[in-house]
Design a protein around this ligand. Structure first.
Ligand SMILES: [Zn+2]
Ligand SMILES: [Zn+2]
Length: 240
């Protein structure tokens, strides 16, 4: 019955690539041509924060980037599906600001793929909170939407209200140090019940300097989280 229903559904709404509208095998997939334009992050990468290294380097089994080697990343693990560039930006920004929800499934799937070989156990999936004022203006938190299939994949609790965020002006053009200062103290734990002793996976659409993840990690640890991981769809990659 379910099969028949999905066949009829596919007949009326054939699965198409959300970028170019070519027919694909199933809903929520990119076509091969569009898929190959993304700069997907694979190996070699930093095994802790996922920073991508040039493809031709043989760095052994557990390579570490200079940041992680210096102990600057306090999260247990970070992964991103792809590099932030013109291709990923062209789906990430419309998804964030213009309700282009047709991209949600491919973004969530790519993020799940980026976590597949990590073997992490997750109790709680937590989208990076939006300030109430921004949520009201935008109508939705893009990270909440991305988190739903991820929580389902990990069979984890989707927590959208244990931490809230104060409103601060946009961080758009600030450098890493300014971002860190701007985000300090911006998150408030409202309910420790879902945090204490839990392994928490943070979810965001883009990782820029990492300041948001670092700050959330700081307050979640303070509230008793036993592990903090993070995943983003794309990541700004600077040479380090
Ligand atoms: Zn396509
Ligand atoms: Zn690293």
């Amino acid at each position: 019955m379910v099969n028949l229903f999905s066949k009829i559904f596919d007949f009326i709404y054939p699965p198409v690539c959300p970028v170019c509208n070519d027919i694909v095998d199933s809903h929520g997939m990119l076509c091969g041509a569009c898929w190959s334009k993304f700069n997907w992050i694979s190996n070699p990468k930093c095994y802790k924060c996922g920073y991508p290294f040039p493809a031709d380097l043989d760095l052994g089994e557990k390579p570490m980037c200079p940041n992680c080697a210096a102990g600057e990343c306090e999260l247990d693990l970070i992964r991103s599906a792809c590099v932030y560039d013109d291709v990923s930006k062209n789906i990430m920004l419309p998804f964030k600001h213009a309700s282009a929800l047709k991209y949600q499934m491919i973004m969530s799937r790519a993020m799940i793929n980026a976590l597949k070989d990590t073997n992490i156990n997750v109790d709680v999936v937590m989208p990076v909170p939006l300030a109430w004022r921004r949520l009201f203006k935008r109508g939705y938190n893009q990270a909440n939407l991305l988190s739903k299939p991820i929580a389902k994949y990990f069979n984890a609790y989707l927590d959208v209200d244990s931490v809230s965020r104060k409103y601060r002006t946009d961080m758009g053009h600030k450098n890493a140090k300014q971002r860190k200062e701007n985000v300090r103290g911006v998150f408030v734990v409202k309910n420790t019940e879902h945090i204490k002793g839990k392994k928490i996976l943070l979810v965001d659409d883009v990782m820029t300097s990492g300041a948001t993840f670092y700050e959330l990690n700081r307050i979640l640890r303070k509230a008793g989280a036993s592990a903090v991981y993070a995943v983003s769809f794309c990541r700004v990659v600077h040479a380090i």
